[in-house]
Design a protein around this ligand. Structure first.
Ligand code: ADP
Ligand code: MG
Length: 713
């Protein structure tokens, strides 16, 4: 394993953004008027003329080639959830002398045409109509990716069908950003703000991940094919000592984090915080927040870099939501806020929230939006892995609620009860009690780690998202539902005769009507499940039960109103959810079958053989007359034999169920069959196999255990 010198000097300022075609590089390399035009389009939207695009392409290519690039790619985010790229070299047709030039045109920059037929489209695009287009997203900078294939110029793009239907995650995200911008500006104007020109959602993605040793990883078919363990008895020690969270970072992991940071800084990703997480071998990285679009692209780069850098350290990075049973899984917190181009954070309550009417209206709108569209928000955080997490005891529950904190809850209570709020709870000072330590000023509100949607000072933190998911889905929903609430408020307020009165009444009305979504207690408790049911809040346990939220009348109305999704696009996304679910569980079931049939059961049988020989030998040596001869050995043999039988029975049932699952034609019915029939049998197979792991000689066990994987990184 290669490890760089610890003491090697690193100039982060110089390194940062080295592989990005930043605004400052554009300013250096583009004629003034072209640079101004690019800036204008980033700000206001519009199309770059082909002439200007040629100039930008030329400059971008020159920069890329100077830095070793041989290829370029339109980098996009199809509905597989990971990024896609098809590399083209800059090599152009050789001339008569057999010489070539490195070429790249404006047309190649602006538009690409990957064959779209092999990406999920949920029926949107019949295969005979395979055309798909990628279109340059000028708001996210181009960058260079260094990998095994050399250096590639990556151009962030949106991916659409021939008819303009979104086939990716970026297109709806960009549409939703425009919607929330337009509607938020309407509200700002009502409050007399005529100077802010744009409102942009910002997001910060806290990313959790696991690291395991690559050699051990390669011995586990389940990790290779499914990214999670499908078998495994708990190690003697789990996370109960709470000694891993914020613990000292091990050397090997530290070296990995160091390289990862450098990779990310070069790509302009503002990686900021790193620490060990709760579960053994679990870690977290958080970058500084950025515009939603760029942050979403950057989170994809973070996930890619995490995997790539791991291979250089003899490690594998697991981004699955639940790689190991019995210890915490991984999530991705979506920290979301709305900021104007002149630096006003619309979610900043200021010193006296009770008098900050604009803030209270924005807050009331967000709460209304979350209450009305709790099902959509839940849906946006669902993926197959997250089904193993949401509602389990370490993750936010599958019930959406809003945590405001003591201070704001108190303001809301005053407003709802009396119509007026004229005081707020102060933060005060935390006395450390040690004369040499400073006293610390305290936040007015303690944290609540169990809330899925928590107000944290000047942003909301949506904590349900899964670690492997794109940031795009949940951010699109947050933008869309708040755009709708802002729009409805603006419709009313723009017509009001007495604005002051009207806005006051509206805030009170919204808080009153949607108070049920506000919850400050323990979100992990059983009482909350009951209480939420009493309040009529949806509790949607699985991804496929969440999927219909996409196509309810209220969802279709919302998305069509703001041009974010058409009904057809929504239906396709629902369909893809069922397909993805069925395919994933199918792979998991087949992997279990292979591991049980070819590894666990045969190894256990071998052990049985050894035990039975031992029993016979002992009895032969001691004599049948001695009643306790080989008693321990034979009782062990009995136990193993019973578990093998149970495993074999479950295996037979699973194989049968798999056969049936393959006969479905309807994606939704098939997905539910996997959830309701196949998954429970997978559990039945796992149980005796994990028991066998505890019984069979360690030397004979066919793959690394939880102990090996989590504690020896
Ligand atoms: P917390 O301690 O509440 O988790 P941190 O300061 O650690 O907050 O930040 C967590 C993430 O939230 C980081 O990615 C950070 O950049 C991001 N963040 C902070 N402020 C905002 C904001 N106003 N809008 C969006 N994200 C933010
Ligand atoms: Mg946080």
């Amino acid at each position: 394993m290669m490890q760089k010198e610890h003491a090697e000097k690193l100039n982060v300022e110089e390194l940062f953004g080295r592989n990005v075609f930043t605004m400052s590089k554009m300013r250096e390399r583009l004629p003034d008027e072209v640079y101004a035009e690019v800036q204008r389009i980033i700000r206001e939207g519009g199309d770059l003329s082909l002439r200007d695009a040629d100039i930008v392409a030329q400059a971008m290519k020159d920069w890329a080639v100077e830095n070793g690039a041989t290829h370029y790619t339109h980098w996009f985010q199809p509905l597989t959830g990971i990024t896609a790229e098809k590399h083209d070299s800059f090599v152009s047709t050789p001339n008569a002398d057999g010489r070539t030039m490195m070429g790249f045109s404006g047309k190649e920059l602006i538009k690409g045409e990957p064959d779209a037929s092999s990406f999920p489209s949920g029926g949107l695009r019949a295969t005979f109509e395979a055309r798909g287009y990628t279109a340059w997203d000028i708001t996210s900078p181009a960058f260079l990716k260094e990998s095994g294939t050399g250096v590639t110029l990556c151009i962030p793009t949106a991916f659409c069908s021939y008819k303009g239907e979104a086939l990716d995650k970026k297109t709806p995200l960009l549409r939703s950003m425009e919607a929330v911008n337009t509607q938020a500006l309407r509200l700002l104007r009502l409050f007399g703000n005529n100077t802010s020109a744009k409102v942009t959602p910002s997001i910060g993605a806290e990313q959790e991940y696991f690291l395991v040793d690559r050699e051990k990883y390669l011995k586990r078919t389940d990790l290779i094919f499914c990214g999670r363990t499908l078998f495994g008895a708990p190690a003697p020690k789990g996370q109960e000592m709470e000694d891993h969270y914020f613990g000292v970072i091990r050397e090997r992991v530290g070296a990995y984090m160091k390289d990862l940071n450098e990779e990310l800084w070069k790509l302009g990703v503002p990686a900021k915080t790193q620490h060990n997480e709760v579960a053994p071998a679990q870690h977290e990285l958080a970058p500084i927040y950025e515009s939603a679009n760029v942050a979403t692209d950057h989170n994809q780069l973070v996930m890619e870099a995490m995997k790539r850098v791991a291979t250089h350290h003899g490690l594998r990075c697991l981004l699955h939501e639940k790689p190991f049973a019995g210890v915490n899984g991984s999530g991705k917190h979506n920290n979301w806020s709305l900021t104007t181009d002149d630096g006003i954070n619309l979610l900043d309550p200021g010193d006296s929230p009770e008098r900050n009417i604009q803030f209270l209206l924005i807050l009331a709108c967000v709460i209304k939006a979350v209450d009305i569209h709790a099902d959509l928000l839940r849906q946006s955080a669902s993926d197959v892995g997250n089904d193993l997490r949401l509602g389990a005891n370490e993750a936010p529950p599958a019930i959406v609620s809003v945590f405001l904190g003591e201070q704001l809850e108190d303001v809301v209570r005053q407003l709802v009860e009396t119509g007026f709020a004229d005081s707020h709870i102060e933060g005060g000072v935390l006395r450390t009690g040690v004369s040499t330590l400073p006293d610390i000023s305290k936040d007015a509100t303690d944290r609540n780690r169990t809330s899925p949607f928590a107000f944290t000072g000047n942003k909301f933190e949506f904590r349900m998202v899964g670690s492997s998911d794109s940031m795009a889905g949940s951010t699109t929903i947050l933008n869309a539902i708040t755009a709708e609430a802002f729009c409805e408020a603006a419709d009313l307020l723009e017509k009001a005769e007495d604005f002051e009165m009207a806005v006051h009444d509206l805030i009170k009305k919204y808080f009153g009507e949607h108070q049920r979504i506000i919850y400050g207690g323990n979100g992990y408790s059983d009482e909350w499940v009951e209480e939420a049911a009493r309040r009529g809040l949806p509790n949607i346990p699985s991804m496929i039960e969440a999927a219909p939220a996409l196509t309810t009348d209220k969802a279709v109305r919302l998305f069509e109103k703001f041009g974010i999704f058409t009904k057809a696009e929504l239906e396709s996304r629902e369909e893809i959810t069922y397909e993805t679910y069925a395919k994933t569980i199918n792979i998991e079931a087949l992997t279990m079958i292979a591991m049980a049939a070819k590894q666990i059961i045969p190894s256990s049988i071998k052990y049985e053989g050894r035990l039975s020989n031992t029993v016979l030998n002992i009895r032969g040596a001691i004599g049948e007359s001695y009643p306790d001869a080989a008693k321990a050995e034979s009782s062990r043999l009995m136990k193993v034999s019973m578990r093998v039988q149970e495993a074999q029975n479950a295996l037979d049932r699973l194989e049968k169920a798999e056969e049936t699952a393959g006969t479905f034609r309807d994606a939704r019915k098939q997905a539910f069959f996997y959830k309701d029939v196949v998954k429970p049998i997978m559990e039945e197979l796992r149980r005796p196999c994990d028991e066998l792991e505890k019984l069979v000689d360690r030397e004979m066990w066919p793959f690394p255990t939880y102990e090996d994987l989590m504690f020896e990184v």
